[in-house]
Every structure is written in structure tokens, then in C-alpha cells.
Design a protein around this ligand. Structure first.
Ligand SMILES: C[S@@+](CC[C@H](N)C(=O)[O-])C[C@H]1O[C@@H](n2cnc3c(N)ncnc32)[C@H](O)[C@@H]1O
Length: 176
């Protein structure tokens, strides 16, 4: 009986988390959790204009794969991830502490994080979030901040560069 109650509580918590995720994706335009493939991360790092110092954000960082790859390449960069969803956030936190990484991850809505100190921002989100971010970047980011968006354009902005992927998706590189 005891184990039945424990298992039921765990199942209810998982179902509630899935329901919240579903609600956020459908009604709030949040992006679902899909990780950027390591090969794509390699392409981004190869093409990004970053010289190793400054603050790098991954907005909606999931398991923070991009930040972990940047840390290997540029150990002196200041690295910050923002993730609202519990499970990816927890996995990222565990991986970061196991690797003794200095990446900082906040569990927060990315639209509520001030980006004034950003030098480079990586996004793999959704068209709706990119539309909201376009205004936010204009309001908060300093001139020269680099924005990299996987798959989704930053509306009404001219990219510096577009890299085509084998999957047919693009990576868009912008400067504010
Ligand atoms: C497509 S996944 C990308 C994950 C990771 N950046 C990567 O490239 O591997 C989008 C992530 O953004 C998170 N997300 C979506 N909307 C968010 C919001 N408003 N605030 C914070 N995180 C958000 C999702 O939970 C998900 O983990």
C-alpha cells in the first residue's frame, strides 16, 4: 500500500509537469524541449564571432549543450543559461556540477531576464519567442551584441550570415 501511494504521487507529479509544459507550449508560445545536435553546435562555434571573453547566454538552455561546448573552447567566457522547464533545468544543473563547470543556470522565464550585459546570445526557440525577443534585444542589449538563432529568424532584421544545415534548417547570425 505504501509503495502504491509513493508511485501514484510520482506519477501525478510527472503528469502535472507534462500538463504545464503542454500548456506553456500551446497557450504561451514557449518552445518545446529539443536539444541542438552536437554536430550543429560544432558548426555554430566554427562560425560565430567570439574571441573568448565576455558574457554568453543560452536562452531556453535545455541541458545547456551549447554553453558546455563553448566552455570547452573558451574557458574564460562568462556563461549563463536560462530555462523555465524543471526537468531540463535539473539535468543541466546535475551535469554542470558533475563536470565542475562554472556555467550559471537560472530557472526563469527568459523574457524576464535582463540582457544588458550580453555579448553573445544563442537561441533555439520558436517564431513567437523570437518576435518577443526582437523587441527585448532592441530595448536591453548593447550595440555589438551577437545573436545566433537556430532555425528561426529574428523578425525584420538583416542577418550578417546564414549557415545552411544538412537538415534543411538554417542558423542565423545577427549583430544588434
Ligand atoms: C528547442 S529547446 C532548445 C534547448 C537548448 N537550447 C538546445 O539548443 O539544446 C527550447 C528550450 O527552451 C525552453 N523554453 C521555452 N520557452 C522558455 C521561456 N519562456 N523561458 C525559459 N525557457 C524556455 C524549453 O523548456 C526548452 O528547453
Amino acid at each position: 500500500m505504501f509503495w502504491l501511494i509513493i508511485i501514484s504521487v510520482i506519477l501525478i507529479i510527472i503528469a502535472a509537469a507534462m500538463l504545464i509544459q503542454f500548456f506553456n507550449v500551446i497557450f504561451r508560445g514557449f518552445a518545446p524541449f529539443i536539444s541542438t545536435k552536437p554536430k550543429v553546435i560544432g558548426k555554430i562555434i566554427e562560425n560565430m564571432d567570439f574571441f573568448g571573453q565576455g558574457k554568453v547566454y543560452e536562452l531556453g538552455c535545455g541541458k545547456a549543450g551549447f554553453l558546455r561546448a563553448v566552455e570547452l573552447e573558451y574557458p574564460r567566457a562568462e556563461l549563463a543559461g536560462v530555462e523555465y522547464s524543471f526537468w531540463p533545468w535539473l539535468i543541466a544543473k546535475i551535469q554542470i556540477s558533475l563536470n565542475k563547470s562554472k556555467i550559471k543556470i537560472k530557472r526563469k522565464n527568459l523574457l524576464k531576464v535582463n540582457l544588458a550585459d550580453a555579448d553573445l546570445i544563442y537561441c533555439y526557440l520558436s517564431p513567437r519567442l523570437m518576435k518577443d525577443l526582437k523587441e527585448k534585444f532592441g530595448r536591453e542589449c548593447k550595440q555589438g551584441t551577437k545573436i545566433i538563432s537556430h532555425a528561426f529568424i529574428l523578425p525584420d532584421s538583416e542577418p550578417d550570415k546564414i549557415v545552411e544545415l544538412e537538415s534543411g534548417e538554417n542558423i542565423y547570425f545577427y549583430t544588434i
